[in-house]
Design a protein around this ligand. Structure first.
Ligand code: BGC
Length: 249
């Protein structure tokens, strides 16, 4: 059985897990450490090293899902992380930190990849849009199962403000929004995405998707919306699947 380490870098926690690559299944625990203050480069290095040490059976390539535009392994934006991350060769950084080949992609792209391969989007043709609600809003767009990376539509202005400022899970917590108020904002965002891109299916992910049963009745019925099947582990699984795909190229 070949196990690949996937790491998902979030605003509050960095999670990691061993993924069986032929099936995409998480094997064993989903480990996590607190995201270092300011998500600095130095603090992040220690955090990923500590996490990787908890998975001695994963010796091959490592995948990292990261909350930034990631083009050719370089991180270009830093919405909720230290500005030190702008224009960092993150592939080099990760490979040097862990002493083995690292592969890096945007966190929403990673979560979407996992859902498309083995989750709620498996076998879906046409246009599928993953939308993750967490510290920000992440988006990933797939056409016939193929990723169009770095869509960054959490930063689209919907009305007066960016979508993620109005409707992220963090905003829900910070403003203590009840489900109807938050879902009204989510619906406005999803309807705007639909007006512009016409996806056939939306997959809702991020930590809040664990609570889908509590709010699904408030999501606009005119759109096709399903919860992420991998829930909290989608980013970790997607990062590992990406590492595997890239390392055999
Ligand atoms: C970032 C994206 C990220 C999303 C979710 C946004 O603020 O710009 O790169 O995917 O948050 O973490």
């Amino acid at each position: 059985m070949s196990l690949i380490l996937g790491i998902d870098y979030g605003g509050s926690f960095i999670k990691a897990g061993a993924v069986e690559c032929d099936t995409g299944q998480l094997v064993g625990e989903l480990a996590s450490v607190a995201t270092p203050p300011g998500a600095s480069l130095a603090g992040s290095k220690l955090a990923v090293q500590n996490l990787a040490a908890r998975f001695p059976d994963c010796v091959g390539p490592v995948g990292l899902a990261f909350p930034s535009v990631v083009r050719h392994g370089v991180t270009h934006t830093a919405a909720h992380i230290s500005p030190e991350w702008i224009d960092v060769d993150a592939v080099k950084w990760l490979s040097e930190a862990l002493g083995r080949p690292g592969y890096v992609l945007n966190d929403a792209d990673a979560a979407g990849l996992a859902e498309i391969r083995i989750g709620a989007g498996q076998g879906e043709r046409g246009k599928v849009m993953m939308v993750t609600f967490g510290t920000g809003i992440g988006t990933a767009l797939f056409l016939d199962g193929k990723l169009w990376p770095n869509t960054e539509l959490g930063h689209l202005h919907v009305g007066a403000e960016e979508a993620e400022v109005q409707a992220s899970a963090r905003t829900r917590a910070q403003q203590d929004l009840d489900w109807p108020t938050w879902c009204a904002r989510v619906n406005t965002v999803l309807l705007e995405y639909h007006r512009l891109l016409w996806p056939d299916l939306f997959i809702v992910g991020g930590g809040v998707s664990e609570r889908w049963e509590e709010f699904q009745g408030l999501i606009t019925p005119t759109l096709q919306v399903v919860p992420a099947r991998l829930r909290q582990s989608a980013g970790v699984v997607g990062a590992a699947l990406y590492a595997r795909e890239q390392s055999v190229k």
